[in-house]
Design a protein around this ligand. Structure first.
Ligand code: 5AD
Ligand code: SF4
Length: 440
């Protein structure tokens, strides 16, 4: 097999995968390959996969089949590399079900992708090791260019072992990068044009990088000259300590928006989920956050139909959603994952019950998101312009509350941070009018 000249990385799942895909792209570009815009034109397709729910995992196999049946104009079949969490969890099964796959590489081993591709010219290469030495120590320095908003992985893995979740098995134990490495990468991204950084981790607020805690990391990154906005995701309610809550009051660069998954409003189900918090303790944390930062907007994740969930438990979930009033929320039907404790529990629910509960929860969430957007109409907010809109002269940016705002702004460019008056709201986005160009 000849060395691929072009590549395409397809990303499934969470923002950590988005970050990993960027790093893999940097590696492939450094090898002299050229990025193309779609899988049909690429000599090499990297599928950066997600294992969190069954549906996400199954998509991978249909993609592999389709790609391996396709041909490039030269008559050559594309190389396919499976990366990410399906590769980690199902390495052997991939090889069995899809023998044509060239490379299988787990999330902790992708720094080896170039050498594995070279190896794959002879025979399929598989690496799902979780080496003690972090890939971050081996990856080349971050490419110095970025858009206005960039992701930065600071922590990976999870020690919480929620009974439904594969992450502790696919991403391994909680590991933080050294704070000085993270700060250096943040500087690099800001010098390369980022105005906003989102610090990423499966349990980002459990960060402890060579003695520096997460609150302190935020203070230090926020102080970087030229950085206008800072966000972080995903957090576990148990790790929202008082120092971190205080940072929300203290650091103006930290945006008033927090994704804080609760999963269920029933403390009985939370116990079965091994979440190490109750509905009451979660609400108490929200109260403290609101005392620190009264305008903070909240987002969450919910699972409906966990084994043993009764109608009363589900109604507790609806109640907690009403009590919090989310700006956004993500909800999922429980999906039984092989090897997790919940898979072996009693009381698995029928698909119809799960679907019906999901529909009720999603109706409430959509209503709340729309209400949140409507409540911001008439306000002046700063918007960071991120991309072109459909209409000529229109830009789309993000408010501090992570709302998408459409603005007619012919003189402006992507990356500008401007003051906008919010004029009208839809369920997913708002229209705004430019007030003035904020001092940079
Ligand atoms: N089934 C359904 N949803 C799940 N999540 C994690 N594991 C499962 C599962 N087995 C959801 C949780 C988590 C989000 C990333 O995905 O809500 O916060
Ligand atoms: Fe999964 Fe729970 Fe860890 Fe989040 S905290 S990654 S849901 S085990």
């Amino acid at each position: 097999m000849t060395k691929p000249q072009t590549y395409f990385v397809k990303t499934f799942g969470c923002q950590m995968n988005v970050y990993d895909s960027e790093r893999m792209s940097e590696l492939l570009t450094a090898e002299g390959m050229r990025a193309v815009d779609n899988s049909d034109d690429a000599d090499l397709v990297v599928l950066n996969t997600c294992h969190i729910r069954e549906k996400a995992a199954e998509k991978v196999y249909s993609d592999i089949g389709r790609l391996k049946a396709s041909k490039r104009p030269s008559g050559v079949k594309p190389m396919v590399a499976v990366a990410g969490c399906v590769a980690q969890a199902e390495g052997e099964e991939i090889v069995r079900r899809a023998p044509a796959v060239d490379v299988v590489v787990g999330p902790q081993a992708y720094h080896r992708l170039p050498e594995m591709l070279a190896q794959a010219a002879e025979a399929r290469a598989v690496d799902t090791d979780m080496p003690l030495e972090s890939k971050f120590a081996v990856l080349p320095r971050r490419a110095k260019q970025s858009g206005p908003s960039a992701f930065l992985t600071v922590q990976e893995g999870c020690d919480k072992f929620c009974t439904f979740c594969v992450v502790p098995y696919t991403r391994g134990a909680e590991v933080s990068r050294p704070a000085e490495d993270v700060i250096a990468e943040a500087r690099m991204l800001v010098e390369g044009g980022a105005r906003e950084l989102t610090l990423l981790g499966q349990n980002v607020n459990a960060f402890n990088g060579s003695g520096v805690g997460f609150a302190q990391l935020i203070r230090e990154i926020a102080a970087i000259e030229g950085l206008a906005r800072l966000r972080y995701t995903t957090s576990h309610p148990r790790d929202m300590d008082d120092d971190l809550i205080a940072v929300h009051a203290e650091v103006p660069e930290l945006m008033p928006y927090l994704h804080l998954p609760v999963q269920s409003g029933s403390s009985r189900i939370l116990k079965r989920m091994n979440r190490a918090h109750t509905a009451e303790s979660y609400l108490a944390t929200i109260e403290k956050l609101r005392a620190a930062r009264p305008d903070i907007a909240l987002s969450g994740d919910f699972i409906v139909g966990f084994p043993g969930e009764t109608e009363a438990d589900f109604e507790d979930t609806l109640s907690i959603v009403r009590a919090v009033g989310y700006a956004q929320a993500y909800s999922f039907k429980y999906s039984s994952r092989p090897g997790t404790p919940a898979a072996g529990m009693d009381g698995h629910l029928d698909e119809e019950v799960k679907s019906e509960r999901l529909a009720r929860l999603q109706a409430l969430i959509v209503e709340q998101a729309f209400a949140f957007n409507r409540a911001t109409v008439g306000r002046r907010v700063e918007v960071l312009m991120e991309r072109q809109g459909k209409k000529p002269g229109q830009l789309i940016g993000k408010s501090p509350y992570l709302q998408s705002v459409h603005v007619m702004a012919p003189g402006l460019a992507i990356g500008d941070l401007v003051e906008v008056e919010l004029l009208s709201a839809g369920p997913n986005s708002l229209e705004g009018a430019l007030i003035q160009k904020a001092a940079a």
